[in-house]
Design a binder for this molecule. Structure first.
Ligand code: SF4
Ligand code: SF4
Length: 383
């Protein structure tokens, strides 16, 4: 009779075809966090896939993974090493061997539908101060703006949610929101290994979309975009990230950036938009459409972009040591950028924190592409 641990390892190995691994080390070699913590994804694949062992130590290393997907992109055998990490987290979650901060985030999703420990009644606070009245999806609309937990509750990310809503209104888009009926997309819950809770969220969200006849969705978070696109079993048909929709609205002449901003802007590719979903051009198109903006590029850009360390549940796990976001903001300052443009609420928060830690607040701002675009349409003072 096989032990429980061997059985679990066998199941993971089989589901992910880990025996096909050739131990080339491309995954570990490309992993952005392996240089600072003992996370060796090649070794994990070997132990699970070849020896049927569950390498749960050191546990901290497993939680350092940002699920950025770089290892998956680089693997010559088209394996998914990141899914092995997530599966090992699932074992820890099942056994209750998780940090208090992770347990609290998961409990909050279960109770309130968001990982931030905030009540459902506050989910619409972000919309205060909008210049127009928002519609609820039950009134019927062509598009659903799925706001997401972080833009709904984080005070800085709320500004982006407002900027995007203003832009969609200016463009004359028929859109609505779910307001207090919106629940977590589940992307981070999946990444944290709580697959049962993720499935509940997925099925609940799909049922809501079907009940309300929602046909098109725009998200302001690449993590929700990724969940709907890749984790919802193809049951959500038309979903765009806001960079894609804004880019199209500019091309259609429905958004006309006119005011010169006079800024040097460097764009930071979010992992869940770029590496994981191949959306590289549209955010750049939005930035380049703004008059008086010079678009700069990081040396590590597009599929080589450096992770900000905000994904994969890392917003709820503190890993000591220098943050990659701190390295990123120093690189931006060296390039002479005035603004780091982002298209993800986690990148916004981690990079803004890093700007403060690095003492660069006087020189460098972090702005979402929606905020930059609105500044060019309405004027910088109103952005
Ligand atoms: S990159 Fe792929 S084949 Fe190479 S060691 Fe990692 S999992 Fe194995
Ligand atoms: S997903 Fe990213 S952080 Fe996690 S193991 Fe792969 S390369 Fe490393």
């Amino acid at each position: 009779m096989l032990s429980m641990a061997v059985q679990q390892a066998l199941e993971i190995a089989k589901a992910l075809k880990l025996a096909e691994c050739i131990q080339c080390g491309m995954c570990t070699g490309s992993c952005p966090v392996s240089a600072k913590v003992p996370l060796n994804v090649r070794r994990i694949v070997r132990q699970v896939g070849l020896f049927y062992e569950l390498p749960l130590e050191p546990v901290e290393a497993l939680w350092a993974c940002t699920t950025c997907g770089t290892c998956e992109l680089r693997c010559p055998k088209e394996l998914k090493p990141v899914e092995a990490v997530i599966s090992l987290r699932s074992v820890l979650v099942e056994e209750g061997k998780i940090a208090r901060s992770i347990a609290e985030a998961l409990e909050s999703v279960f109770t309130h539908g968001n990982p931030w420990g905030r009540g459902r009644a506050k989910r619409l606070d972000w919309a205060e101060g909008l210049s127009f009245k928002l519609k609820h999806a039950s009134e019927g609309a062509e598009w659903l703006y799925f706001v997401g937990c972080t833009p709904a509750y984080d005070t800085r990310a709320q500004e982006v949610a407002r900027a995007l809503a203003e832009l969609l209104n200016i463009a004359g888009l028929d859109f609505a929101i779910l307001g207090k009926d919106e629940s977590c997309c589940g992307n981070e819950i999946y990444s944290m290994g709580e697959k049962g809770l993720f499935e509940e969220l997925r099925d609940g969200n799909i049922a809501k979309f079907e009940e309300l006849g929602i046909e098109r969705i725009v998200t302001s978070c690449p993590h929700g975009f990724n969940a709907f696109r890749n984790l919802y079993e193809g049951r959500v048909a038309n979903v765009l990230h806001h960079s894609q929709l804004l880019s199209a609205l500019i091309d259609e002449g429905r958004l006309r950036p006119a005011k010169e901003l006079g800024l040097k802007v460097v764009y930071h590719d979010p992992c869940f938009l770029g590496k994981r979903n191949n959306v590289f051009d549209e955010p750049r198109h939005v930035i380049e459409a703004i008059p008086g903006v010079e678009l700069l590029e990081f040396d590590r850009n597009r599929s080589r972009s450096l992770c900000c360390e905000g994904g994969g549940g890392r917003m709820w796990v503190d890993i000591p040591g220098e943050k990659l976001a701190e390295r990123r903001v120093r690189e931006a300052a060296e390039l002479g950028a005035d603004v780091i443009a982002v298209a993800c609420p986690f990148c916004l928060i981690t990079l803004e924190d890093a700007v403060k830690t690095a003492g660069l607040e006087e020189k460098l701002k972090v702005m979402d592409i929606a905020e930059l675009l609105l500044a060019s349409i309405k004027g910088p003072s109103q952005a």
